[in-house]
Write a protein that binds this ligand. Structure first.
Ligand SMILES: [Zn+2]
Length: 199
């Protein structure tokens, strides 16, 4: 029933989580943040795949630095929340040289992308950045920097907003507690487990 395979690769100084997600012979990469050579090697180990999407949970540098290399090598389409499309601008205050990153598809609440026999459902979850989104594939939620195992992401960066974060978390916690959570940093959890840390 669950034909989705998920592999985590920890990237860069910020130890952001990049995920390779396979459904049938299709591959999506979530948040390739750094260390493109390692990611490329892990993708090559999967054998020939249909390289569908790079899904970005938001535009911060530690989630996007390997995008251009992967796109060039495999031809993925790059997907991001519409309000995070200006990746360079979003990172202006960080002391990091973020390359201009080409975006193919911008998404917002309720959008769905085909992926193997599954759908990738887009949940708009502003708060960490205005364009932050979570991707729900089956009962696997890729939560970016919106939800971590024991806390939510910061709201004090450019376009962050604590009230929107509260609303976004409420939304996520309306999903079933057994939903698996694959965050942008730290270990995987479930919504039921993560909910215990919030009032
Ligand atoms: Zn972030």
């Amino acid at each position: 029933m669950n034909n989705i395979k998920i592999k985590r690769i920890i990237n860069g100084a910020e130890e952001a989580n990049c995920y390779l997600v396979v459904a049938g012979n299709e591959l999506v990469v979530i948040d390739p943040g750094d260390e493109s050579e390692e990611i490329i090697q892990k993708i090559d180990e999967l054998g020939k795949m249909n390289y569908k999407y790079i899904l970005l949970t938001h535009g911060h540098f530690d989630h996007v630095m390997a995008v251009n290399d992967l796109k060039k090598k495999f031809g993925f389409q790059v997907v991001i929340g519409k309000y995070d499309k200006d990746i360079k601008g979003l990172n202006a205050k960080f002391n990091v040289d973020v390359p201009q990153t080409e975006v193919d598809i911008t998404v917002s609440e309720g959008d769905a992308l085909d992926f193997g026999n599954e759908k990738i459902k887009v949940l708009s979850t502003p708060g960490h950045t205005k364009g932050s989104v979570c991707y729900l594939i089956g009962d696997n939620l890729f939560s970016g920097d919106t939800l971590f195992p024991h806390r939510h992401g910061r709201t004090d960066f450019a376009t962050g907003n604590p009230e929107e974060m509260d609303k976004s978390l409420k939304r996520l916690f309306d999903l079933p507690g057994k939903t698996k959570v694959f965050p942008g940093h730290y270990e995987e959890t479930t919504l039921g487990e993560a909910r215990k840390y919030f009032n």
